[in-house]
Design a protein around this ligand. Structure first.
Ligand SMILES: Cc1ncc(COP(=O)(O)O)c(C=O)c1O
Length: 384
């Protein structure tokens, strides 16, 4: 038998987002494909980390994170998410939301277990699930409001279904799940005894007065809900790797042990920086964030409309899915490459967000860019 890769690794491939970033670098274009924020880090976050390094907080932390960060998250979960937690029992700080989700999947799912996803989906969710041998099942959201059909959702449940994944606000659609939708999902989860996984990394990126509702704030499913979030986006620190899982203590400890096994801990001084940010930044920081991003959203949507690419206006997160059926190319990849080659702006082909072929006429733009870069991108797009 020749030396080979493992069976599980065969489900892992270079994400389309990275591929487009590489293509973009090759021609020196503007990268609107990757969800990397170009914005400034809030001062208390930066200073908190610098001080922690200088004061010698450079060692392994407790497996579930430093006390000051768990307490800060406890406070934020109560005041913002309406979810009561005990920082000794329910909060696991991990290596980003990505690390928290992978740890949760390893702790809670067996190979062959099915988990329901809404498409368009965030590709890492699917890859993470596949990496533990579980099976994604899809329910398609319908634009422009990205609604779903409850009957379709009921029909995909089988005896192997173990969970349902929500991403709110969602990448890439910007959908913000309503209370009514969450209640319907909750009923289904209770009826079939499912975990509810919820990724809320964009919880502070909300437009047009939309409100964020955490599924864990619904009492009926609090115990079965695994809330995943973090500060990569909110504090523009995607490279710091500070995120968390919040859940009932009966799940939390094992998720923490798995996170410890894979990552040992999130970087100690950076945990401190995030704790300082949560403790010191006032509600107006988060309001300012939404306001700033809404301006960016509107600027890019306005430009897209001018060039005949219809944007599906997002209610949250910082991506725009746009209809590129008017552009040349048979696939969304060809259309995205057309945009990149013609005007030097990289996007993500819609096919990256769908298991079906429903993404072929879509591309995704990320608008988490500095004003100067966004301005430049809009100027270039106008030449399409
Ligand atoms: C929905 C979603 N979850 C998680 C992440 C990554 O979060 P983290 O940097 O905390 O791992 C991203 C990044 O694009 C995302 O879009």
């Amino acid at each position: 038998m020749p030396l080979m890769f493992s069976r599980l690794s065969q489900s892992i491939s270079q994400s389309e987002i990275r591929n487009m970033s590489i293509e973009c670098d090759r021609i020196g274009g503007i990268n609107m494909s990757q969800g990397v924020c170009d914005l400034e880090i809030p001062l208390p976050v930066k200073q908190g980390a610098i001080e922690a390094i200088e004061q010698g907080e450079n060692h392994y932390t407790r497996y579930d994170g430093i006390e000051s960060l768990r307490k800060a998250i406890e406070h934020k979960m109560l005041s913002y998410n309406n979810v009561k937690t005990d920082p000794e029992k329910n909060i696991i700080v991990s290596s980003g939301a990505t690390g928290a989700f992978y740890s949760a999947c390893l702790a809670l799912l067996n190979p062959g277990d099915e988990v329901i996803f809404f498409e368009p989906y965030y590709g890492y969710h699917i890859s993470t699930l596949l990496a533990v041998g579980a099976v994604p099942i899809y329910v398609t959201l319908s634009p422009p409001d990205w609604t779903f059909d409850m009957d379709e959702l009921k029909q995909v449940v089988t005896s192997k279904t173990k969970g349902i994944m929500i991403c709110t606000p969602a990448n890439p659609s910007g959908k913000v799940f309503t209370k009514d939708e969450l209640e319907k999902i909750a009923d289904l989860a209770i009826k079939h005894d499912l975990f509810v996984f919820t990724d809320e990394i964009y919880e502070y990126f909300l437009y047009d007065g939309r409100k964020h509702i955490s599924p864990a704030s619904l009492d009926s499913i609090a115990e079965r809900t695994i809330t995943i979030s973090g500060y990569s986006k909110t504090f523009s620190i995607t490279g710091w790797r500070v995120g968390y899982a919040v859940c009932h203590e009966k799940w939390a400890q094992m998720i923490g042990y798995v996170s410890d096994l894979i990552y040992v801990c999130s970087p100690a001084p950076l945990q401190k920086g995030v704790a300082e940010g949560i403790n010191q930044l006032l509600p107006d920081y988060y309001q300012w964030l939404s306001h700033e991003y809404q301006i960016k959203r509107d600027q890019l949507c306005g430009t897209l409309l001018k060039i005949g690419i219809t944007p599906y206006i997002p209610h949250g997160a910082y991506y725009i899915l746009a209809d590129v059926s008017s552009l040349p190319g048979k696939t969304s990849k060809e259309k995205a490459m057309f945009i990149l080659k013609k005007v030097g702006v990289a996007t993500v082909p819609g096919e990256a967000f769908y298991a079906s072929n429903k993404g072929e006429n879509l591309v995704r733009f990320c608008f988490a860019k500095s004003n100067a870069i966004l301005e430049q991108a809009c100027e270039q797009l106008l030449k399409l």
